[in-house]
Design a protein around this ligand. Structure first.
Ligand SMILES: Cc1cn([C@H]2C[C@H](O)[C@@H](COP(=O)(O)OP(=O)(O)OP(=O)(O)O)O2)c(=O)[nH]c1=O
Length: 195
């Protein structure tokens, strides 16, 4: 039977999100990389920040592909009320690691669907990640790997950082960048995926 569903557009430049979607059996019709300002507002805390940016990415893509269903997400690493940066320099990554080493932090991913009829659906998912206390040598080794580059909180659970992660509470895919359980639920809710 012909597929009459609106095309699904991934509003993200992240190769990880494409890979995660593939695990739901989904290959988006199109990928639109958005370029929005990701600077937190003054005093903005992780959860509303992630939700605001995911919606902004969805809206930016919807303006380019109004007939499609936009799927956008934003992942933020928070320590308390503080939002850690996407580490662009080694110094930033070092600061992030110093903050998360030996303690628990929160990873928040907001997922937004923007539908052609104007509806906007959102789920915000939180996972807690506990790092062991990293030795100075471990920090140096990790920095030398370069895996921190461009990553929220200065690490990527899907790489060698996982050896320092003692415990995770919540969704692993959420930490990587797209919570698969909730994303599938959203897509089933609009009838795009079979129940
Ligand atoms: C904590 C953590 C973050 N990250 C990364 C994923 C993202 O690159 C980054 C969060 O930034 P995002 O702004 O959510 O995503 P992005 O810049 O990769 O893509 P786009 O904005 O186009 O959707 O942190 C990991 O890959 N693994 C992890 O364990």
């Amino acid at each position: 039977m012909a597929d009459t569903r609106p095309p699904l557009v991934l509003a993200s430049a992240s190769p990880r999100r494409l890979d995660l979607l593939a695990r739901l059996g989904i290959v988006p019709e199109r990928v639109i990389a958005t370029d929005i300002d990701e600077t937190p507002y003054k005093g903005e805390i992780p959860r509303p920040h992630a939700a605001r940016l995911a919606l902004a990415k969805a809206e930016a893509a919807a303006a380019l592909a109004p007939a499609g269903i936009m799927l956008a997400a934003d992942t933020v690493v928070g320590v308390g009320r503080r939002i850690l940066p996407k580490a662009e320099t080694e110094a930033q990554a070092r600061d992030c690691l110093a903050l998360i080493s030996g303690r628990k932090h929160r990873v928040v991913t907001a997922v937004v669907l923007a539908l052609p009829d104007g509806r906007r659906l959102k789920r915000v998912v939180e996972s807690d990640v506990t790092f062991q206390r990293m030795t100075g040598q471990q920090v140096e080794d990790y920095l030398a790997s370069g895996e921190w580059h461009g990553k929220a909180g200065g690490y990527a659970i899907q790489g060698r950082a996982e050896q320092y992660i003692r415990f995770i509470s919540g969704s692993h895919s959420n930490v990587v960048g797209l919570p698969l359980f909730e994303t599938a639920q959203l897509l089933r809710g609009i009838g795009w995926l079979r129940p």
